[in-house]
Design a protein around this ligand. Structure first.
Ligand SMILES: O=C(O)CCC(=O)C(=O)O
Length: 276
């Protein structure tokens, strides 16, 4: 392993997230944005009303092209063009996910995020670990993770198609929280961040990788340009978050490896072959 990879793996393991810059070429960024320009409806001037009508749902209408997880069984934005399919098994993602998830993993869910100036913050959350909603951890007390619960088996590759970071808002997280055994205090979840939350600098073309056990969320958008991010969420092959699946798009032929990424959950190596 080269020194660069060694440092990257250490940083990811330590922080629960990393940003790798220059993963996409300028040509890929332009192609993906042009395809999104065709697909995404113009945000209405009264978009605030739409957020208000989504009261109680933490994400309002930031999301697009969703599939799997809480969004139903369909191909989502994979059906919008070859360029979206190509990112399913981008070599950098495959390396980072192999480090986190082993040789056998699945693409469990996908969605995109778009934000425009003035869009509000989302609620901090994590799907695994002491702070996930169904953990029954007692606030303020050490919560040993029961062996039957998934912890580090889910990881995300968030492709940034426009610049985001501390100056604009966008994806935020609490570094190292993926290994925290004390539940996220309600005061912090409610927005009193106590200097713990970071919005990583993530220029167009970068990928933000994070564990689903890392406490993360969306920071209000203050950028003059639109935020655009594509999230591909992977898990160890034997795991699944919901019964919904990302399905292959009808109009695009997948490679054998891409088909395997969309296969049903099954035990690593026993019933789910290596992707490598
Ligand atoms: O990209 C973001 O702003 C946050 C995404 C998110 O909340 C999630 O992955 O659950």
């Amino acid at each position: 392993m080269d020194e660069e990879t060694e440092l990257r793996n250490y940083r990811y393991e330590l922080q629960g997230y990393i940003v790798i810059e220059n993963v996409l070429t300028p040509g890929q960024i332009a192609t993906l944005n042009a395809l999104l320009d065709e697909r995404l409806p113009t945000l209405p001037d009264d978009w605030r009303k739409h957020f208000e009508s989504a009261a109680g749902r933490p994400y309002g209408n930031y999301r697009f092209g969703m599939a799997g997880g809480s969004h139903g069984t369909n191909p989502g934005f994979l059906a919008w063009g070859q360029a979206f399919v190509d990112l399913m098994d981008h070599p950098v993602t495959m390396e980072v996910m192999r480090h986190q998830l082993g040789d056998c993993f699945r693409l469990d869910r996908i969605f995109g995020m778009r934000m425009r100036r003035g869009m509000p913050s989302g609620v901090l959350h994590s799907d695994y670990g002491a702070s996930e909603p169904y953990t029954r951890a007692t606030p303020g007390q050490y919560h040993p993770q029961p062996a039957y619960q998934a912890l580090h088996g889910f990881g995300v590759a968030a492709f940034n198609l426009t610049d985001s970071g501390p100056d604009t808002g966008g994806l935020c997280c609490i570094p190292s929280s993926h290994n925290c055994r004390v539940k996220l205090p309600e005061r912090i979840r409610g927005g009193d961040h106590q200097d713990l939350v970071r919005v990583p600098k993530a220029p167009a073309g970068s990928v933000t990788f994070f564990s689903e056990a890392t406490t993360h969320g969306t920071m209000a958008w203050t950028g003059a340009h639109e935020r655009r991010t594509l999230l591909y969420k992977y898990c160890a092959s034997q795991l699944s978050w919901s019964r919904a699946r990302v399905t292959p798009p009808e109009n695009i032929e997948l490679t054998e490896r891409q088909k395997l990424l969309l296969a049903e959950p099954a035990g690593a190596h026993w019933f789910f072959p290596s992707l490598f």
